[in-house]
Structures are given as C-alpha cells and as structure tokens.
Design a protein around this ligand. Structure first.
Ligand SMILES: Cc1cc2nc3c(=O)[nH]c(=O)nc-3n(C[C@H](O)[C@H](O)[C@H](O)COP(=O)(O)O)c2cc1C
Length: 395
C-alpha cells in the first residue's frame, strides 16, 4: 500500500502531468500559442497546491513552453554585472530553479541574470510536503526546509553541459548551501567553491538560513572562519578564473549583526564581491491573520518588501558602498524595483511575484523601471543607485 505521502506526490505529479499535457495539446491546436499560455497557465497554477504550481511553472520553463520575450531592454537599464555585460539588472532569485534544469527557458523570459540553487553538497530531499504555502491575499509565500537538491556534482555537470550549448549566453550564478544533516558547513561551502567556481558566473554563500540550521553563523568569528576558508578555496581556482563570491543575508539580522558583517567583509582575508539582501523572513509582519500565515517557515513577497528595502539602505550605509548589493524581497513593480535601487541596490532579483504574476512580469518591471529612471532625471540605472538611501533608513 503506498505511503500517504507518496500518494500525495503521485497525485501532484498526475495533476502536473495532466496540466502539461493539456497545455501541450492546446499549444499544438491553437494558432496563437502566446495568448493560450497567458490565458491558461497562470490561472491553472493558482488552482494547484503552491508547490505543484511552482513545479509546473518550472516544467514550463524547462521545456520552453513560455514564448520568449521580444521586449527590447531600454539602454538605460544596461549595466555591468561582476565583469559581465547585462542588458538589464533584473535577475531571478534562488529557489525557483534549484537544480539548473530550466536556465534556457528562464533566459528566454528576459532576465538579466539567473541564480540557480540552493544546491547542497550531497543530493537531498527537503522536509515532507506540505512545505510551501501561498498566501494569496498577501501576495506572499511561506516555505520551510524545501531544498530538494540533486547535489553539487549533478548540478555542476548540468551547468557544464549548458555552457557548451551553442548560443548559450545567460549569466548564471550558483547559490550554495550545506546539507541539512551536515556538521561541516565550512567544508561544504569550500567544496561548493571548488565544484562550481569553474562553471558559474558568480557564487552565493547562503548565509541566511544559518541560524535555523543550528550553525550560529551570525557570530562574527564563525563568519570570519567561513569567509577565510572560501577565499582560500577560491584562490586555488585562480589559474582558471576569478569567481565573484556573494553573501546572502537574512532580513532578520539585528543591527549589531549587520555591523559585524560589514566589519568582516572589510577584512582583506574575508573578501566578498557583493551582498544579497535579503532572503525570506521568519517574522509575520504585514500579513493578514489566517491559519496558513501561521505555518512555520520563511515568508517572502509583498510583506517582506519594506523590511528588505530598509536593510538594503542599512547595509549600503554600513559598507559605504564598497561592494554592490543585489536587492530582493517583495518586488512586483518597477516602482518597487526603483525604491530598492534608490536605497542602495545595484541589481535586483524577484521570486514570489514571478510565481503570482507569471513571466510577463519580467518585461513589465523592466519597462516601468526604465520609465522611473527617466522620470527621476537619470541617464541610466547606475546613476540612481543609493541616490536616496537615507529615506529608507529606520527613523
Ligand atoms: C519557495 C521558495 C524557495 C526558496 N528557496 C531558496 C533557496 O533555495 N535559496 C535561497 O537562497 N533563497 C531561497 N528563497 C528565497 C528567495 O531567493 C528570495 O530571497 C526571497 O523569496 C525574497 O524575494 P521575493 O519576495 O521576491 O520572493 C526561496 C523563496 C521561496 C518563495
């Protein structure tokens, strides 16, 4: 007799397969596939349990069922991203394509860069379902311990093959994690640098879950140990290439913890090339009360927006603009994106709103952001970075 959990998985797989099959049949029968995808895909996903909806969206990207965007990015969005030229600063945040299966399809949608992962050293299954919850009224998601990973080796091999594909030009970062069961986080991250350094455009040390996982990485000494170790590992790659390393932070850090991060990354032995602010929050601020909102896990989307913007401004001030910040948390419009840039972000990422609104969101944010930059009298996005960060600092 199948275990109830396996039954649930089978049912979810059945729904997803039926959805894809229906979509595929519709696509082949319909003379305007773009309209069909828009008309069917997003409403169908909203009817499905949150994780099944996310998986269906990922499958659609993997098989390139979404029509490629033909939106041409305005020149005022063009920028440099850790040595790569990108046509816009809007990236996909970690967690959507954990195993790097859908990078081509995601690149079709017009992202300036794509972050895959989090990837763990060994393959692992996250905690049992349900573990992702959609809070529709709040345009938010709660997710807990949902990292299903194929492991470093399998994902690195996938990325290596992608890089050899003709016409592949996406900028791809890899977000590194430790296994839930690991007691050796430093060694895990070092292995990540070694494995992905040669194939990634940048690496992310996902430092934001450290507290939940019993590794008290928010202590300054542990952060020093971690960053020194990954820097040593990176130096070994030097004959091959210099890979930028970014540190992703939790929005739940205290001001003292933020100051510690600023002090540590200022040390020459603990160099990072950028910060990602922020991951999802364990708080429940700005969320309407419902049974789902009390589910354990990290909250992302609209309720996180202001918290992450405030933290961007705080970090921008603390690090004195020494390294760029990728701003992420609750962005669902060009105005939201612009506010994060004014607060000090050089680049942006989206996740939750992309799940709610679908692929058209990428072009909409780019177009609105481009307009905001022009309206504010700036020539390009770089000029606006940190231009009003004081406005976002806590009173
Ligand atoms: C379902 C889900 C899974 C996520 N998985 C990861 C992950 O594996 N690694 C990571 O660094 N961040 C992960 N995140 C956090 C996002 O990358 C992002 O930092 C956060 O959701 C805030 O952005 P948003 O409000 O636009 O979603 C996840 C978020 C969600 C909603």
């Amino acid at each position: 007799m199948p275990h109830p959990q396996s039954k649930g998985r089978l049912r979810a797989l059945g729904v997803a397969t039926a959805g894809i099959a229906a979509l595929y049949m519709g696509l082949t029968a319909y003379d305007k596939p773009e309209s069909l995808v828009r008309a069917l895909m997003i409403p169908t996903m909203r009817l499905l349990p949150a994780e099944t909806g996310c998986n269906l969206a990922l499958l659609a990207c993997k098989y390139r069922l979404y029509p490629a965007s033909n939106y041409e990015d305005n020149v005022n969005l063009r920028t440099k991203f850790f040595g790569c030229d990108i046509s816009n600063p809007i990236g996909l945040a970690a967690g959507f394509d954990r195993n790097g299966e859908a990078v081509h399809g995601l690149n079709d949608l017009g992202f300036g860069f794509i972050e895959i992962g989090s990837v763990t050293p060994l393959a692992q299954k996250g905690s049992p379902r349900s573990r992702i919850f959609r809070l529709s009224a709040d345009r938010a998601i709660i997710n807990r311990n949902s990292i299903d990973s194929d492991g470093y080796q399998a994902v690195a091999e996938r990325l290596r093959r992608l890089r050899q594909t003709d016409g592949f030009n996406a900028v791809v970062g890899v977000n590194l994690e430790r296994n839930y069961s690991s007691n050796t986080p430093v060694i895990d991250y070092m292995a990540g640098v070694k494995t992905f350094g040669p194939v990634a455009d940048y690496l992310v040390i996902n430092y934001s879950n450290a507290k939940d996982q019993g590794y008290n990485a928010n202590s300054k000494n542990q952060l020093i140990e971690l960053l020194e170790a990954v820097n040593i590992e990176r130096a070994q790659l030097k004959p091959i290439k210099y890979v930028p390393i970014l540190l992703k932070l939790s929005p739940d850090m205290t001001l003292d913890e933020m100051k510690d991060v600023a002090a540590v990354i200022d040390m020459s032995t603990c160099k990072v090339d950028g910060l990602i602010v922020s991951n999802a929050t364990m708080t429940r601020d700005n969320v309407s009360t419902s049974k789902k909102s009390q589910e354990e896990g990290a909250l992302s989307g609209e309720p996180l927006r202001q918290r992450s913007t405030t933290m961007i401004a705080q970090m921008y001030q603390l690090i004195n603009n020494s390294v760029p910040i990728i701003g992420v948390g609750g962005i669902s419009s060009g105005q939201d994106a612009y506010e994060k840039i004014e607060a000090g972000a050089s680049y942006l990422q989206i996740y939750t709103a992309f799940v709610f609104d679908g692929p058209d969101l990428v072009d909409r944010i780019k177009s609105e952001l481009s307009d905001c930059i022009t309206e504010m009298g700036y020539e390009n996005v770089q000029e606006a970075i940190g231009s009003n960060y004081k406005r976002y600092l806590p009173a």
